[in-house]
Design a protein around this ligand. Structure first.
Ligand SMILES: Cc1cc2nc3c(=O)[nH]c(=O)nc-3n(C[C@H](O)[C@H](O)[C@H](O)COP(=O)(O)OP(=O)(O)OC[C@H]3O[C@@H](n4cnc5c(N)ncnc54)[C@H](O)[C@@H]3O)c2cc1C
Length: 438
């Protein structure tokens, strides 16, 4: 991720040239470096695994890496409360939890992010009755701009806790995160192709009747791949994917062959509708059962750039129709499927699901293909539907337009004014989406 003093994100569309890169060994060193930065007037930015597509983690000041603050600190099997150092990657956390008979209630598509990075941008999975990762947070230990280390929860510094669960890295550097886990569970995964009209016709039932429902619509076709993941009673025998099944799905849909198809599409965009039709035509059904964290996540080797919007759940059909219109109107060629997910409302000021049950629509473009026209046009559709952009995925909104979309936007700004009055954790992205600290 770093060449000399140059850092770039996973997708390769963001570059930073930090003045210094520091990797504290413990919370004391972390607090000292923040205090020193404040004293000398430098900006500071913690970075996770660099999986955000926006410039949210970019800094020309001090880049703080938490690779040495990445251990499990405690896990209480009776309460399910688990405290980790903030730099722990989700894939390690999932393994540690599994060893202790615990699991997170819900996860996104991948597990490469750090705990702090994932919650700070509002990372979510799918499930109408479930919130995103930040909704599973019960306490935070955070280093504020003056170097003080503050523990916050629903009962201790509740305003800070409320805002910092999806804090965009704007309020301080998270040192530890306490999450609510639960007893380990298995999921039955059922994947099958369905036509888009059938999915839209049955959508309410598909979303309500499954613990985790999502679908992928292949542009230029009427085909979707639906995924229904449901909890199994304890001690149900598992049926993990065989090597062949897992290879076919992984290679065809997500990685090797899919990557080749995207590469061909980039060279010859006119072929994309035919390539998508061939991919859609080759999708099969499969059912398997495995530990929850193995079912939730997949490997993503094909690099892309992504925009994702959360809209009120009832606007999902209009949103899909809008994306389809955009592709037709602009005569675009889009290799990547549109991913559609659902979450419950939460009570976090800057969560995309703040105060409303949400549907999420994610559009992607293969790395190296122009995405601006597609993403801007999709954004216009989502704006009309009161959409809120994922903080870690490409969007073009600013503080004025976002304030109108988040009823509790000013509550977040008030917390930031209190804990970071000199803008030590600011960067150009935060100046754009929150307004500059004055
Ligand atoms: C292939 C791929 C799949 C993805 N799948 C999903 C998905 O299923 N669902 C979803 O919602 N999103 C998804 N994302 C987006 C991703 O989850 C978010 O962008 C997430 O923030 C990345 O975590 P990270 O550790 O890489 O954080 P980074 O991108 O490195 O940082 C993100 C933000 O967190 C801040 N931060 C990091 N550490 C700290 C800390 N210790 N204290 C305070 N702030 C900190 C950074 O300053 C920055 O502002 C995906 C991204 C990719 C590339």
């Amino acid at each position: 991720m770093t060449t000399g003093s140059t850092w770039h994100n996973w997708a390769g569309n963001q570059v930073a040239r930090p003045d210094r890169v520091l990797a504290p060994r413990d919370i004391g060193e972390l607090a000292d470096l923040v205090r020193a930065a404040d004293g000398e007037g430098s900006r500071v930015k913690a970075i996770g695994s660099g999986h955000s597509f926006t410039a949210i983690g970019v800094t020309d000041g001090i880049q703080v890496r938490l690779g040495r603050l990445a251990d499990l600190l405690s896990a209480d099997r009776s309460t399910g409360l688990v405290t980790v150092e903030a730099g722990m990657p989700l894939h390690r956390l999932n393994g540690e939890l599994a060893e202790r008979g615990l699991a997170l209630r819900n996860l996104g598509d991948i597990d490469r992010q750090t705990v702090a990075g994932a919650i700070s941008t509002g990372t979510h999975g799918t499930g109408q009755r479930l919130g995103g990762l930040a909704a599973q947070v019960r306490a935070l230990q955070i280093v504020l701009a003056d170097g003080s280390v503050v523990t916050c929860s629903a009962t201790e510094h509740p305003e800070l806790f409320s805002a910092a669960r999806v804090g965009l890295g704007a309020l301080g550097i998270l040192a530890t995160v306490t999450l609510q886990a639960e007893p380990a569970f298995a999921l039955r995964a059922q994947e099958r192709p369905m036509s888009l009209p059938s999915v839209l016709g049955d959508l309410d039932a598909l979303v309500a009747d499954n613990d985790h429902f999502e679908f992928f619509w292949f542009p230029h076709t009427d085909t979707t791949l639906t995924k229904c993941n449901n909890r199994l009673p304890a001690r149900t025998p598992l049926q993990p994917l065989g090597r062949r099944q897992s290879f076919v799905q992984d290679e065809l849909f997500s990685n090797g062959v899919f990557g080749l198809a995207c590469g061909l599409g980039r060279l010859r965009p006119a072929l994309i509708p035919r390539i998508n039709a061939a991919t859609a035509g080759s999708l099969g059904r499969r059912t398997y059962a495995d530990a929850s964290y193995k079912v939730f996540v997949s490997t993503r080797r094909v690099r892309f750039v992504e925009m994702e919007y959360g809209v009120p759940a009832e606007a999902v059909r209009a949103a899909i129709e809008g994306i389809r219109r955009v592709i037709d109107m602009h005569d675009l060629r889009v290799s990547f499927p549109v991913e559609v997910r659902f979450t419950a409302a939460d009570d976090i000021p800057l969560s995309t699901a703040s105060g409303r049950a949400s549907a999420y629509l994610a559009v992607h473009m293969y790395k190296g293909q122009p995405y601006d026209t597609y993403f801007r046009a999709v954004e216009a559709v989502m704006r009309d539907l009161d959409g809120r952009p994922h903080w870690g995925k490409v969007h073009y909104q600013d503080a004025d337009s976002l304030a109108a979309r988040y009823p509790r936007f000013h509550e977040f700004l008030a917390v930031r004014d209190t804990v970071d009055p000199r803008g030590r954790f600011a960067n150009a992205y935060l100046d754009r989406v929150l307004g500059a600290v004055t």
